[in-house]
Design a protein around this ligand. Structure first.
Ligand code: HEC
Ligand code: HEC
Ligand code: HEC
Length: 135
């Protein structure tokens, strides 16, 4: 089970056990990325399109981790994936689902490319997930 905990959760649990302070897990926000959005911007800004907001929680409640992090090959680290639009259009990564059948198609550029220009890659929003257009 420990492999599924992120580092801050392990740390928090450690503190929890040592200090026996109930509630610290909640107060500290545990793994802050849990509900957050992830901005992808390895290529977008430099290629003249808005960075991509990926609403992680929205997807996590619908699919198991392994769908994306094993089968589709997304690395489990913010900013680690180098995904090109060509690969997505070819049905890889986001394109495995955003094909107009499982989910709306790649034609809807603005729904993915919805971050303010210049928004750096990484986790956004702490405990919130806001989705398109909010960062
Ligand atoms: C399902 C989500 C999604 C949709 C829809 C989408 N994109 Fe992307 N696109 C991405 C992701 C993810 C990247 C990689 C972002 C990064 O790391 O910079 C990307 C990258 C790009 C890039 C950067 C250069 C390259 O070729 O990789 C361009 C340009 C681009 N998209 C244009 C478009 C256009 C135009 C549309 C609409 C016809 C579109 N995208 C629709 C997710 C999407
Ligand atoms: C629909 C696809 C999808 C699903 C399902 C999914 N992830 Fe992710 N995950 C991603 C993408 C895309 C990123 C961003 C990678 C990047 O920035 O390059 C990401 C990033 C992450 C990160 C690093 C960012 C952060 O928030 O700390 C972790 C950790 C992570 N995922 C864990 C999980 C776990 C655990 C599950 C299952 C409960 C899960 N993911 C389900 C696609 C998914
Ligand atoms: C395993 C399938 C799957 C993958 C992979 C996937 N999506 Fe989605 N996504 C969905 C489904 C299903 C929906 C809901 C579609 C609907 O409501 O019609 C959705 C909805 C969305 C939304 C709107 C959610 C909101 O918060 O309102 C965005 C934005 C989005 N996806 C971006 C992405 C990006 C960017 C990637 C790649 C980094 C990606 N998705 C990969 C299945 C997927």
């Amino acid at each position: 089970m420990w492999t599924f905990l992120c580092r801050s959760e392990v740390l928090t649990l450690h503190i929890l056990v040592t200090c026996s302070i109930a509630g610290i897990l909640l107060l500290s926000g545990a793994c802050r990325a849990e509900y957050a959005d992830v901005v992808l911007n390895k290529r977008a800004d430099s290629e003249g399109v808005r960075p991509v907001i990926f609403s992680h929680w929205f997807h996590r409640i619908r699919y198991q981790c392994r769908v994306c992090h094993n089968e589709l090959g997304f690395e489990m680290k913010a900013g680690a994936n180098d995904v090109s639009m060509q690969e997505i259009t070819d049905g890889k990564f986001c394109g495995a689902c955003h094909d107009g059948k499982i989910a709306w198609s790649v034609e809807n550029c603005d729904l993915c490319h919805s971050a303010q220009p210049g928004t750096a890659a990484g986790v956004r929003g702490g405990h919130q997930t806001l989705g398109p257009g909010n960062w």
